[in-house]
Design a protein around this ligand. Sequence first.
Ligand code: UDP
Length: 329
Amino acid sequence: MNVMVAGGAGYIGSHAVKMLFEAGHRVVAIDNLYRGHRQAVHPKVAFHQTDLAETRQLVDLLERYEVECVMHFAALAYVGESVTDPLAYYDNNTAGTISLLKAMKTAGVERLVFSSTCATYGEPEGVPIVETMGQSPISPYGWSKWCVERVLRDYSAANPAFAFVAPRYFNVAGTASDGSIGEDHHPETHLIPVILQQLLGQREKVVVFGTDYPTPDGTCIRDYVHVEDLCEAHMVAMNALTPGDARFYNLGIGKGYSVKEVIDSAERVTGMKVNVEYGPRRPGDPAMLYANAQKIFDELGWKAKYTEIDTIVGTAWNWFKGHPHGYAE
Ligand code: UDP
């Protein structure tokens, strides 16, 4: 299939570009390179630096490459930043997606895979989270994605030929198993990279955000899904799309690991000792978030292959130890 990957130079998008290319799809990657890395895009894949706001340019590219499906990863994704700069989030994530949809409509492209998030559930009704639970985000980031889900439902209702799937990601982690691409965020706030950067001497310590949560060891529990599993789910979902589809799936492994368990895992994988400091809670962190991923298994047969935290952390370590300064080297 001819596939456009929006946000193709970002962490998840670059892994999707690689996987789609290797699976034989004809891929064109776009990215505004605000936070993406040109080097992350597979060298044999066409790349265009463009912003989602550039509707006319998007139409041209969709037509030129005869795109049949868009995978859209181009988003700002820091919860804390979304609180201090909500307009940037609604502008890029919500308005940007509307611009993309308008371009797709003009160019006659009727398939979309849209990166949504478990942040749309806010403080969940319970765990594991099922897709039918109420959605009430607790950050502008979560709302910016929730708004797109709403837009997609309405657009799809008005356009029977349009088909979309919106996977709701849990905590995406790990890097390409062949070591060719990885994860390079500025600033880096995610737990696994933060731990590995500490072990590489780039941070003095890892602060554990809260030890008084109602969990077995008092630290937060999250569902860490490997980036390759996640991208594979996108391909499976893309291939299954038929006109009129409006699908939502949780993408997680279906079980959670605590912050302490992730630190223990990093120590096992690296054979090194993490310098840990126990600090207060980080605002906006629910105690437990993990997926019930049964729906995508029942409907599409996908389930995560990486389910052990040591293997997930191991792929990340493989990248970080070889690229201690990310793509800058
Ligand atoms: N966390 C932590 N210290 C850090 C970064 C993260 O204790 O330096 C915790 C955070 O409170 C959460 C979990 O690790 O419970 C995963 O956080 P991350 O930022 O990786 O992802 P999020 O769950 O916010 O999407």
